[in-house]
Design a binder for this molecule. Structure first.
Ligand code: HEM
Length: 394
């Protein structure tokens, strides 16, 4: 009875908007066979982002975006609401994993040279997704409205204000007045639950749409002769034929075809499922082990509180400290803007046909230098804030 019903429902939908063709395009998509585990982070990101939206929705059942009640309502969720500690824990730790995963996915596509033509736009949208993810996470932390949140907002507004030309106007738009006031929290709330995540969702769908449209690139190993030299299995040959059909005219669109492909369903979906579930388990362990943080009530006048930036901005915190004074404006926004622009334009800066890492040493050196600076500055900031020895710091 049930299978017949679902078959009829499927037929009904298929006749109305070609569901079968849509599923065939998505599920029977040919994907590169070698190195498949590395190509699973994008899917994990998408699923964990949906989990983030779901836990965020449950938090909205109790959260109150007013400066009088925000922290109290978070404490209520943490201590009183049914499973509130778990929902809040997931929302917090999943955010940590999402930011880390965006970095991992960026590194994997960078090392693979997946940004090369015709996938430049996929990469540029990826850089936008990175910014949106960080902006969503940062605005979320402010909603707690504890000491850390308040000082995070102060620093964010100050950096915005220092932006040449539009800075003061942007900062006032965000603050909702000359000084921090109830509108500042309400506007940060609007950015966190509406503007950033919805833009992120829309951009992510176009990003993934491009991956389907252009065919997944994978990595350089898929374009070298298979070391085993084994003939293609029936499955591989069928997926390869389908890829050629789907890309219509691969030559005119400069799409390289991988030597061996397999079908997205069930082979790649299985790998994506395992990796996504692994991250979910990690989330669960973190939720069970560590409570999401919350500090004391906001006291702007305090002289005893030493503000510490959120972990993914520690490197930025250190840069601001090192270059305080004459170099503050470049350190606060000109240099970060140039870094993001360089990253976004990398497909045009490294546009040659070479895809192997050994032939792209300049690209790897650039990425290593970027990671080196971020990690060194982050450790310097952490050693200053949490008082452990790293290297001499101011
Ligand atoms: C919310 C954030 C993001 C989501 C949900 C997302 C999702 C995905 C998915 C599902 C794929 C296909 C599977 C895979 O290769 O893992 C993919 C591929 C890709 N992503 Fe992302 N991504 C995100 C962020 C980024 C970032 C930050 C970058 C780089 C700046 C990036 C660059 C790419 C590129 C170049 C590909 C093509 C890979 C290929 O064809 O092999 N993505 N992304």
């Amino acid at each position: 009875m049930a299978p017949r019903l679902s078959k009829r429902a499927f037929g009904w939908l298929d006749r109305r908007f070609g569901l079968g063709a849509v599923l065939d395009r998505l599920l029977n998509d040919p994907v590169p066979e070698r190195g498949g585990w590395w190509y699973t982070f994008g899917a994990a990101l998408f699923v964990l982002f949906l989990l983030q939206a779901l836990t965020g929705l449950f938090l909205l059942f109790y959260y109150e975006p007013t400066i009088e009640r925000a922290r109290e309502s978070v404490l209520y969720i943490q201590q009183e609401a049914l499973l509130g500690w778990a929902v809040r824990g997931f929302h917090y730790w999943n955010m940590v994993l999402l930011v880390a995963l965006v970095g991992i996915h960026l590194l994997r596509t960078f090392v693979s040279a997946a940004y090369k033509a015709p996938r430049e736009l996929t990469w540029v949208l990826g850089v936008l997704l990175l910014l949106l993810m960080v902006a969503t996470a940062y605005t979320g932390v402010i909603l707690r409205w504890d000491q850390a949140a308040y000082f995070d907002l102060v620093v964010g507004l100050r950096i915005t204000e220092l932006t040449p030309v539009v800075g003061p106007w942007l900062a006032e738009l965000w603050r909702g007045g000359e000084v921090i006031n109830p509108h500042s929290l309400l506007r940060t709330f609007a950015f966190h639950i509406f503007l950033f995540p919805l833009t992120l969702l829309a951009v992510a769908l176009v990003h993934i749409g491009l991956v389907v449209l252009l065919g997944q690139y994978g990595s350089w190993i898929n374009y070298e002769p298979d070391p085993s030299g084994a003939p293609l299995t029936e499955e591989q040959a069928a997926s390869r034929r389908k890829l050629e059909e789907e890309l219509l005219d691969p030559k005119s669109r400069k799409v390289n075809l991988p030597a061996r492909t397999t079908f997205f369903w069930p082979f790649h979906v299985f790998k994506e499922g395992v990796v996504t579930f692994g991250f979910f388990l990690l989330d669960l362990l973190l939720v069970l082990w560590f409570a999401a943080p919350i500090e004391g009530p906001v006291d702007p006048a305090t002289t005893e509180y030493a503000p510490a930036s959120i972990w993914f901005f520690l490197f930025f915190d250190q840069a601001l400290l090192l270059f305080a004074g004459t170099w503050l404006v470049p350190a606060a926004n000109v240099v970060p803007l140039l870094m993001v622009l360089t990253l976004a334009l990398w497909p045009w800066l490294d546009s040659g046909s070479e895809v192997r890492p050994s032939g792209r040493l300049a690209s790897l050196a650039f990425m290593l230098a970027l990671i080196g600076v971020i990690f060194t500055f982050s450790f310097m900031a952490a050693s200053r804030i949490y008082n452990f020895e790293f290297i001499n710091h101011p």
